[in-house]
Design a protein around this ligand. Sequence first.
Ligand code: NI
Length: 172
Amino acid sequence: MALLQIRHYPDPLLKQPAAPIEHFDEQLRQLAEDMAETMYAAPGVGLAAPQVGVALRLAVIDCAAKDEPPALLVLVNPQIVTSEGESCEEEGCLSVPGFYAKVDRSSRVRVRFQDLDGSPKLIEAEGLTAIACQHEIDHLDGVLFVDHLSPLKRSLFRKKWQKLQERQQEVM
Ligand code: NI
C-alpha cells in the first residue's frame, strides 16, 4: 500500500475525460487499494483516479459516519443510469483544498458500475453517497465541483484560490 500524491486545481489532468477500464488485473486492484488508503489518510469521502494522476474511470467512496464501520465503495467504469430529486449541499474536493461551496445535484441516483473483477453491479444511493457518486463521476469526465458554480461564484472562487496559493507560497 502506498499514499498517492493528490493533484490540485488547475492541474490539466483534472480537466481531461478518463478512459474506460478494460483490464481487471492486479495493477487495478493495487491502484484501488492505494486510492482508498490515500482517501482515508486525507481524510476525504471520495477520490477519483484522475486526482492521483491516472486517467482511468475508477473512483473510491466511503461516506460512513465517524462512528460507523467503513463502507468502501470501489466504482469501476461507473455510470449514472437514473437520477431524481434535488439537493443543494456544501461540497469540497481534495483537489481544491480549502474551498467549499453549495452545488445543485440530484438527491437520489442509480449507478451502474463494475467491481474489481469486472462483474456488473448496480447501486441505489441517496444522501451524501448520492452526492459523492455524482461528484466522483464528474471527475472521470474532467469536471470539478467549481465548474457547477454560477459565473459570479466561480470568479469569487478564482480570487479566493489565488489568495490561498499566494499565502501558501509565503509559508514555503
Ligand atoms: Ni473531488
